[in-house]
Structures are given as C-alpha cells and as structure tokens.
Write a protein that binds this ligand. Sequence first.
Ligand code: IMP
Length: 186
Amino acid sequence: MSLYKPEYIHCNGEPFRIFLTDEEIQQRVNKLGQEISRDFSDKRPIFIGVLNGAYIFLSDLMRYVDIPCEVDFLKLSSYGDEKVSSGQVRELKDVDANIQGRHVILVEDIVDTGLSMKFLIDKLKRQEPASITTVTLLQKTEATQYDVKPDYVGFRIPNLFVLGYGLDYAQEGRNLAQIYILDESK
Ligand code: IMP
C-alpha cells in the first residue's frame, strides 16, 4: 500500500490540483521540527493541536522533534460545509492538561483570517502558561486580518481554498497525503 496521492481530484464536485507534494511537505515539517527542538531544548514544551485540521501535521511534526515534550488537543468547529470562514469560532473541546506555568506550542493547520488563532491565544493566556508559541503549516497571508503573527510558518500560500493532509472540504479530503488547491482554471 502507498499513501493516497492522486495527481488531480474532485472533492464535493469541485476540482483541485496538486499544490504541495508529500516530499515538499515532509521536508518543510522536518525543518520546523528541527527548529523547534533547538529553540525549546531546555523547556519541555507541551504541543496543543487544534482539531480536526491539525492532526496529521502535528503527528508528523512531533516525530521530527527530538526533545522531551508532551501533547494535548483542543477542538474548534470548522468552516461547516463552506469554503469561506463563518466569522465565528465555536469551542467544542478544551485542553485536558493543566498548562499553568508551561511552555505551550499551539499547532494550527492553517491561518486564514486569523480569527481562530487570536481566539485561542486569548483563551490560553487566561490559563497562565509560561509562554505561548504558535505554529501553522499554512498561512493565507493576504487573508489574515486579525492581529496574529505565527512564530513558525510552514508555507505562505495564496488566498485560495486548499485541501488534504488533514484539511477538509465539508469533512472530505483529510486523508489526502498531499495538499491540493482549488483549480480556478476549470
Ligand atoms: P481562520 O480563523 O479564518 O484563520 O480560519 C482557520 C480555520 O479555518 C482553519 O483552522 C481551518 O479549519 C479552516 N480553513 C481556513 N482556510 C481553509 C482552507 O483553505 N481549507 C480548509 N480549511 C480552511
């Protein structure tokens, strides 16, 4: 069996072309893992992944990190079935760990408007961690309106809908091993 990586796909009736290959993603995630390992070597950080979108990125990222660390998750509602943000954040699950005094590394799949990340930083701050560092695999830099500046960014991408490697379109497509972008030429 090999990873699921078609050249071109239709998801919920819309066409998507390949945008970032498996190799490109792994190379970049490896680099981020090395940087985080170096920057947090004496800190025993706790990674907090934002479900559902970040689950694949976080599981790969952590396996490139070679220092003692922990993991926990929280969950926000997604876009629903749309391709544009609803402008609202709904919290579906909180972190279980006590993060007071801890070095938190918040891991997102994508920063679009920045609303979710802003909401999460404000929320986690109230639990008095020693520090909050933010990592996102993707950032739609042109779309980011809220005052957030992720500390580690995998790829800066155009303001188009993307899919795969954990990211969904109406809950489909998370199982794609690569990242696909809406094919506007079709
Ligand atoms: P923001 O709050 O507008 O920054 O949006 C963040 C969340 O919206 C992400 O964590 C994703 O769940 C979702 N999202 C934003 N852009 C995309 C996309 O292009 N594809 C799939 N999900 C997206």
